[in-house]
Design a protein around this ligand. Structure first.
Ligand SMILES: [Zn+2]
Length: 491
């Protein structure tokens, strides 16, 4: 029986030569602290600077609608988009500063170390003997309905199940895995709590002010409860498995953990349209006969088979409109927000759908997945290296290394260190948008797509005069003027 949380073995002889060699990179913990502080300061300053530029650019252009949009967007609508963009950017600036402080608190301020200490003390050999089997049971019982769990509990009592469950945990798991899972949830929960006031303000303050918010405190509370339950049902098993692999699979744990993560991601994608999305929204098959016939014509032209065209009650939460695909293989679903159906003409809806089909036909979804999982493979390798390096923990304010602490520190600081890659992924995404637009123009009407897009820009109060540098770094979609110009060239 192993009761001790497994400490990370720095001296472990790694068979992976590259890891071993890289682990010898000379870095001191104070050196890493300084590096982290410098990169975080740059990350914060660059983000604030870009938002500041964006705000001033939008403000400078608020007095006149650009000539190419003069017929479709009124000055009042253009000015509303400017005010909305500026308000959102100011909020983003405040959140950048706040998130930086939270990150510092969790790392150098000792937050992760403190939470890890708590989790270890809860799951320690001194903790009550029933805690370990109860942790198992609580996971099992959430998956079973109440009558079944009562039967399970009685059965366990009668047949000495607690003891065998206890044995099972200690043979295959350890208290380290349990406290590690607890730490992951403690960190996720605390970051969620720290960001909650901001998301509440965003929904009930900012979005409300500009007339986009349709959600109520009741809907939001129910949404949060549903999300927590989903996180519990899917998150606990995943995190437990990942931490177990990290502790037990030797030098190549990161390959196994990566494989589990990929399989899990694909599984979620496969079940999302049928089991997860309906928990939050109602989906009804598209009823409009004329529109349906038009859409089926397009699908046939494009040689596309799907599991149906659905309308989602997006208007329950927000007046913003959208359309998307979900699932893969034969499970693909086309989903329109009810707000989109309301606002666009059948011709425009067809063109927007043709754009979405373009993403599919040009293999953008597969390409994005390969990129996502490919970069995850690299990040997992780097985590494998950092997990063995004392300077990584000490440099980020954790005195006692643990597997879960390595995982959480890595997840927390990763965005700061990879920020410089964001413009590349934005650029690729914008390139995909141009390709999908070109596809839509070839299968549907470029003119209808232009008018539909402009309507969406207008109704969603998206600015048509963004700062070019801000747009290059952040925007997954090309600025309206450039996008429309490209479409006009094809039309
Ligand atoms: Zn697109």
């Amino acid at each position: 029986m192993c009761h001790n949380p497994q400490p990370v073995k720095f001296s472990r002889k790694s068979r992976l030569f590259s890891h071993k060699r890289l682990a010898n990179v000379s870095m001191t913990s104070s050196g890493f602290t300084n590096l982290f502080l410098i990169v975080l300061a740059l990350y914060t300053l660059v983000q604030l600077g870009l938002k500041w530029r964006h705000i001033h650019h939008v403000d400078r252009h608020r007095h006149a609608v650009p000539s190419e949009f003069a017929e479709s967007i009124t000055l009042a609508e253009h000015q509303k988009a400017a005010s909305y963009t500026i308000a959102k950017s100011k909020l983003a600036m405040a959140m950048t500063l706040w998130d930086g402080l939270v990150l510092l608190g969790l790392t150098l301020g000792g937050g992760v170390g403190l939470l890890d200490g708590w989790c270890r003390s809860v799951f320690s050999p001194e903790s009550p003997y029933w805690l370990v089997p109860m942790a198992t049971l609580s996971t099992v019982t959430t998956l079973l309905s109440l009558p079944w769990s009562l039967l399970v509990l009685i059965g366990m009592k009668l047949f000495g199940g607690y003891a065998s469950l206890d044995l099972f945990w200690h043979k295959y798991l350890s208290l380290g895995v349990l406290s590690g899972t607890a730490l992951v949830f403690a960190v996720v929960l605390s970051t969620a709590l720290f960001s909650m006031p901001w998301s509440l303000y965003s929904t009930f303050g900012l979005e409300q002010r500009f007339g986009f918010n349709k959600t109520t405190v009741k809907i939001l509370t129910i949404d949060v409860l549903k999300s927590i339950s989903l996180g519990w049902v899917f998150g606990i098993p995943l995190v437990t498995v990942i931490i177990w692999l990290m502790e037990r699979m030797g030098a190549y744990w990161w390959v196994y953990a990566w494989a589990v993560w990929v399989i899990f991601g694909l599984l979620i994608m496969a079940i999302y349209p049928h089991f997860i999305a309906p928990i939050f929204n109602k989906f009804v098959p598209l009823e409009d006969v004329a529109l349906k016939a038009r859409i089926e014509g397009l699908l046939k032209r494009c040689g596309f088979s799907s599991n149906g065209v659905f309308v989602m009650d997006g208007s329950r939460r927000s007046a913003h409109s959208n359309a998307y695909f979900s699932g893969f293989g034969r499970n693909k679903r086309i989903v329109f927000y009810d707000t989109l159906i309301e606002k666009l003409s059948p011709e425009q809806i067809e063109a927007v759908l043709a754009h979405e089909l373009g993403h599919y036909r040009r293999h953008h979804i597969i390409k994005r997945m390969v990129m996502l999982y490919g970069s995850a493979f690299v990040f997992m390798f780097v985590l494998g290296l950092l997990k063995q390096s004392a300077w990584f923990y000490e440099g980020l304010g954790v005195a006692q290394p643990s597997t879960a602490a390595a995982l959480m520190l890595f997840m927390l600081v990763l965005p700061v260190f990879t920020f410089m890659l964001d413009p590349i992924s934005s650029l690729l995404s914008r390139r995909h948008e141009f390709e999908a637009d070109a596809y839509a123009a070839s299968q549907s009407s470029a003119q209808a797509l232009i008018s539909g897009l402009v309507k969406l820009y207008r109704d969603n109060a998206n600015t048509v005069t963004p700062d070019p540098l801000h747009s290059a770094v952040y925007d997954s979609h090309p600025p309206a003027a450039i996008r429309v110009a490209a479409l006009k060239k094809i039309a």
